[in-house]
Write a protein that binds this ligand. Sequence first.
Ligand code: NAP
Ligand code: GDD
Length: 346
Amino acid sequence: MSSSKIALITGITGQDGYYLSKLLLEKNYIVHGTVRRSSNINTDRIDPLIAEYSPKGMLILHYSDLLDSSSLSSLVNLIQPDEVYNLAAQSHVNVSFKNPIFTTQVGTLGALSLMEAIRYSEKRIKFYQASSSEMFGGKERIMLDENSPLIPKSPYAASKIFAHHMSQIYRDSYDLFFTNGILFNHESPYRGETFVTRKITKAIGRIQHGIQSKLTLGNLDASRDWGFAGDYVEGMYLMMQHETPEDWVLATGETHTVKEFLEIAFNSVNLNWEDYVESSEKYFRPNEVDYLLGDSSKARKKLNWEPKISFQELVKLMVDHDMKEAEREKVLIDNNLIKPTWENPI
Ligand code: NAP
Ligand code: GDD
């Protein structure tokens, strides 16, 4: 009988943390995840996985923070993982302008502390760094691949570039299996509610159920290469099984504007987005990444990876989910169990 592989996932409570831990658990991994202490328990996304896999000893959570380097090194020593996936980050680009120091500390020294813990481990541990298409800056309307120049436009992007380069430096200097996934935007019903896609689909559900009457967004002309998060975590896994550690772009090869997302999403419930959406300076960023379009030929060819869910399917998946969520919210509001809130601060 072959023994289970052991994975450590930082940022397990986030969108990708949910999909990646589910994937690895289904592959019979023992999954350890780091959770930050917060005043309320914040494991909502992975609660169903905890219920199913924790009693079997397959999913184990630990309090940790990328800013607490001692907790990272003691965890790596304790767990002796085969694979470490560093998904933890302050991942909201606009928030990174408002909290640049925190974003940078987590994205640079936090990531580096984890790399150091792995470097000093006696075990040969594979490391995945969650790099981002945001690093490209997206000024020109071109397809971006692993060799495209990195031109950061936000504290978030700059911090991701630091970790990306350090991962390459550790790979080359110490012969470590450090791999970088340069992922373009990927979304799902588990996407954080302040990212534009989820903000839109949540609003549609609430508008349809009479909880919300309008939706205020920022720049509607920005264009993104949007895929489905479930497809992208498969790519992360494949990168870690590849014989050599490399840099890999994951993208759909299609780009759509925020307006196009709005049109398809509102049309799917027979509404006209222009009747509900307004644009406010409040949600514009000090510097905008206008256009992102990825070329993932390398991953398609060498990892046999490809996205399975189309843009139209993704939008529908999210709208359907949020229609049901709004239905449940409406029942709670009608029974005075919660108060409606919908004006997002970011
Ligand atoms: P997410 O939903 O925002 O999740 C981020 C995770 O990081 C959460 O679990 C969060 O914990 C955790 N975290 C934040 N600060 C931390 C700290 N100081 N110490 C430890 N954990 C911390 O992000 P995601 O969409 O899943 O993305 C996963 C990773 O991929 C991120 O690094 C992101 O930057 C990168 N990425 C994402 C995309 C995308 O389109 N989704 C594309 C490219 C790259 P809490 O739950 O406690 O906040
Ligand atoms: N969040 C948000 N809220 N974005 C808006 C809004 C709004 O009200 N209105 C327009 N946008 C525009 C943003 O200006 C941006 O151009 C685009 O919608 C997408 O914004 P987000 O959904 O916040 O994602 P992002 O592209 O900035 O960053 C995401 O993708 C990166 C990969 O390219 C995040 O997941 C990052 O962590 C990730 O690295």
